[in-house]
Design a binder for this molecule. Structure first.
Ligand code: GLU
Length: 345
């Protein structure tokens, strides 16, 4: 397979073309977030993930929503402060750290950025691509991403991952030891993927070390409120709006959001983009983050999942809110002669 044409990224070029606009006024956001919670709280479909035994203990009734705008103002309802393991929602943030360190061209060359159309832990996805890359949002690409975190040992890499994700969240994130032990005892499939990648030269440190760090990163405890802050940092050009700290560059955010839009919702990523029109990432513990560039982020937590692994209530609430908050990136209104859009006239 041919390599993509290098884009010769100019680190300053991204700043000239930023997404504009803001979330609606505070009262309206509060009313809509509350309405979304009330509307979907009785939705009873979906199944809690149990392939990692500790995840099966989650409460199916839990449902939290949090919206954080690009200025760091937060609107939360339901179990927005309940802690759960971040699982795959860690993937865009570890990719952001790696992309920041290596640059987007190297990130794309070593990891790939195309959707696989396959389940998150697919081995076939690796085999189907001639150069054996996938993308950083599915397990194979995410394990390879973690293997690119700088460090002389697993401990070293782990402390960089944990520090980096904590900076996105604006507080020190803790490991859920029970979830970690449970996944570490049952992750033969991920270990198999890491060793297969090793055979193809597509993992960039010792595969067992990569799995160790990857499993820990998935076991970090977060709340929907944390995820909204982490997403809002990607929405705000890489500066955490709660702490004011720059975590990554605006250029990195742009590339991370593109991969989330392409591949963030498992094999339903196309359907998601068709419907919601925003970059997002879901995880098997029931979290979903959705980012509206320039405006803010929305995070949901509800453990019952659909067959692809996406939170059922999270999908419903996010679709509802992305429409009502006016976030879909693809929506436009005709422009009247003279410049005003019909929506404003
Ligand atoms: N730690 C999980 C795994 O690798 C993450 C899966 C997910 O949330 O998609 O199986």
């Amino acid at each position: 397979m041919s390599e993509p044409t290098p884009r010769g990224t100019d680190p300053d070029a991204g700043e000239a073309y930023v997404s504009t606009g803001s979330l609606p006024a505070r009262d309206q956001v509060i009313a809509l977030v509350t309405a979304a919670h009330g509307r979907f709280t009785r939705e009873a479909s979906g199944k809690i993930a149990d392939y990692i035994p500790a995840l099966a203990e989650a409460d199916p009734a839990h449902f939290g929503i949090c919206v954080t705008n690009a200025r760091g103002e937060t609107f939360a309802v339901g179990e927005a402060d309940h802690s759960f393991s971040i699982q795959s929602v860690s993937k865009p943030f570890v990719f952001a750290l790696v992309c920041e360190a290596l640059g987007p061209d190297e990130g794309e060359r070593l990891l790939g950025v195309d959707a696989t159309g396959q389940p998150f832990n697919s081995v076939m996805a690796i085999e189907l691509r001639a150069n054996r890359t996938t993308n950083p949002m599915v397990n194979s690409g995410a394990i390879a991403t973690t293997s690119l975190v700088a460090g002389a040992s697993a401990e070293d890499r782990w402390s960089r991952v944990r520090d980096g994700l904590s900076r996105f969240a604006g507080r020190r994130l803790e490991l859920d030891e029970r979830v970690y032990a449970s996944e570490a005892a049952t992750n033969e499939r991920n270990a198999g993927i890491a060793h297969l990648l090793r055979g193809y030269g597509r993992i960039y440190c010792d595969p067992d070390e990569a799995i160790e760090v990857y499993t820990r990163q998935c076991s970090l405890l977060v709340t929907a409120r944390d995820l909204a802050t982490m997403g809002a940092t990607l929405a705000a050009g890489g500066v955490n709006p709660a702490t004011g700290e720059r975590v990554v560059s605006a250029g990195t955010c742009r590339h991370v959001l593109a991969v989330m839009a392409t591949a963030g919702l498992y094999e339903h990523s196309g359907h998601w983009l068709f419907d919601v029109g925003l970059p997002g990432k879901s995880g098997v513990s029931g979290g979903i983050i959705t980012v509206a560039p320039g405006k803010g982020a929305l995070a949901t937590y509800s453990p019952p999942l659909d067959e692809a692994g996406n939170s059922v209530r999270g999908l419903l609430a996010t679709r509802f809110l992305s429409e009502r908050l006016g976030l879909n990136l693809f929506v436009s209104a005709p422009v009247e002669r003279g410049g005003a859009s019909r929506a404003q006239s």
